[in-house]
Unconditional design. Structure first.
Length: 159
């Protein structure tokens, strides 16, 4: 497994095989083979584009939802997480330690749609004990990509 190759792909999945080989001091054929092997093994699960949705007029609303749940016998949190991740509004689901069990990242067109999704879908799941919704007001960095890069003389972000 080539950790340097993975880090480069994570940094910019649009690097060409030629560019990757050059940065790694390797052969293009070898780099291409390594990528295919890592994809086949499920180590590379996909390629994503980081989008600053706030720059679009049709920007969506994002929220972090805390779920406290009662784990199911023989399945723990797995079945609940699988059910939650199947909703179109859900971008990510994480099992957490601490004050709540699942962290659910959702996106919808309006605050109201997020609220109704939580009220009608998530909170009605039998295993869900409670929810807490935190709306994302501003993204500064997303998946290692800085979204706000204009600063004033004092180093403060210009919004």
């Amino acid at each position: 497994m080539n950790i340097k190759l993975l880090k480069l792909l994570e940094q910019n999945a649009r690097y060409s095989v030629e560019q990757l080989a050059s940065m790694l001091g390797s052969d293009e054929a070898l780099v291409k083979k390594e990528i295919k092997e890592m994809e086949k093994a499920g180590l590379i699960c996909g390629y994503k584009t980081v989008i600053d949705w706030e720059k679009l007029d049709s920007a969506a609303v994002s929220a972090l939802i805390e779920l406290k749940v009662s784990p199911q016998a023989d399945y723990g949190f797995e079945e609940i997480a699988k059910r939650v991740m199947m909703y179109d509004e859900v971008e990510s689901v994480y099992l957490m330690s601490g004050g709540y069990d699942l962290c659910v990242m959702v996106r919808a067109k309006t605050f109201q749609q997020v609220a109704m999704f939580v009220a009608k879908e998530l909170s009605t799941i039998d295993a869900v004990v409670s929810t807490a919704t935190h709306f994302i007001l501003r993204r500064y960095k997303e998946q290692d990509v800085i979204l706000v890069n204009n600063e004033d003389d004092r180093g403060n972000f210009l919004l």
